[in-house]
Design a protein around this ligand. Structure first.
Ligand SMILES: [Ca+2]
Length: 263
C-alpha cells in the first residue's frame, strides 16, 4: 500500500495522508521469431529465438503446438530458449542466450504438419503468452515440391530437390532428376541419392568344345549311361556302341544322318 502526502502538525490541525494506487509493472513485451525447419545441423529441427524485453538477460520458455494455434492445436513441447544466438543479441543489443532448437519427433517427419510457437513470461499472473511469427510454420512431407529447399539439405531418398542447387542435398549426395516414381511420388520429383558406382561392362565369348562320350559301361544294361547300347557283331562278342540321345524335337523330322537312319 502506498501513500503520498505529508505529515505535519500546525497550530490547528494534523496534515492528511492519501492512499494512492501502487505503480503497475509494465506489461512484458516478448519478442521472437520462428526461423526455419531444416536439417542444417543434422536432425530435422525447428529453429527460432525469443526473449523478454523487460528481462533481456534471462532465457525464457516457449511452447510448441502442432496442428494449429493455441486453442486449436496440441501442445507438444515446452522448451527454454537458452541457446546461443549471437546474431539475435547483436541485432537487438542484448545479452544472454535466446535461441531455441526443437528436434522434430519422427512422428511428424513423414507427413505435412503445422507448428505454432509461443513465448512465455510466467512471472506475471496470468502468464503472458505471445505468438511468434510466422504464426504457423508448415513442415511439408518429403516428396512435396521444394521440400529440400525449405527443409533441407535432404537426406538420401528424400525429394524434392533442385538438380542445379546441389546444396539442397546432404554432403556426398546428388540430386537426381525425375526419379520420384521410384519412391512413390510424382515422376517429376527430383530425389537426393548416393552416386551410383560406375559399372564397366565387358563382353566375353565362351567357346565350349564337346566332351567325349560317357565312360563305356561295364555292367548290366540297367546301369548304362544314356546313349549307350549294345550290339552283337558276332555270336560270341558284345560291343558297346555310343549313340547320341535322340532330340525329342526332331522326332518327326526327316532323318538325315546315317546314324539315325540305322535305328
Ligand atoms: Ca523434376
Amino acid at each position: 500500500m502506498t501513500y503520498q502526502g505529508s505529515v505535519f502538525q500546525s497550530a490547528t490541525a494534523w496534515g492528511t495522508l492519501t492512499q494512492v494506487a501502487a505503480p503497475t509493472a509494465p506489461t512484458p513485451v516478448l519478442r521472437g521469431y520462428v526461423d526455419v525447419i531444416s536439417r542444417l545441423h543434422g536432425p530435422l529441427t525447428l529453429y527460432g529465438w525469443a526473449y523478454n524485453t523487460a528481462a533481456s538477460t534471462t532465457s525464457i520458455p516457449v511452447e510448441i503446438y502442432v496442428g494449429g494455434v493455441r486453442g486449436t492445436g496440441t501442445l507438444v513441447a515446452t522448451i527454454t530458449a537458452n541457446q546461443s544466438r549471437p546474431d539475435v543479441n547483436q541485432a537487438h543489443q542484448i545479452t544472454g542466450n535466446h535461441g531455441f532448437a526443437w528436434p522434430i519427433p519422427t512422428t511428424y517427419q513423414s507427413g505435412t504438419y503445422q507448428f505454432s510457437v509461443y513465448a512465455l513470461d510466467q512471472s506475471p499472473t496470468p502468464t503472458v503468452r505471445t505468438p511468434l511469427k510466422p504464426t504457423s510454420i508448415t513442415l511439408l512431407a518429403p516428396g512435396h515440391a521444394d521440400y529440400c529447399k525449405n527443409h533441407g539439405p535432404c537426406i538420401a531418398g528424400h525429394g524434392d530437390c533442385d538438380p542445379v542447387t546441389p546444396s539442397q542435398c546432404q554432403s556426398g549426395l546428388q540430386c537426381v532428376n525425375n526419379v520420384g516414381a521410384n519412391y512413390g511420388w510424382n515422376a517429376a520429383i527430383d530425389v537426393c541419392e548416393a552416386p551410383q558406382p560406375v559399372v564397366t561392362t565387358r563382353t566375353e565369348t565362351i567357346y565350349i568344345r564337346a566332351t567325349s562320350p560317357p565312360a563305356r559301361p561295364t555292367s548290366s544294361a540297367s546301369s548304362r549311361p544314356q546313349g549307350w547300347s549294345t550290339t552283337k557283331p558276332t555270336a560270341t562278342t558284345t560291343q558297346a556302341v555310343y549313340r547320341a540321345p535322340r532330340d525329342p524335337a526332331r522326332r518327326h523330322a526327316p532323318q538325315r544322318h546315317g546314324l539315325e537312319r540305322a535305328r
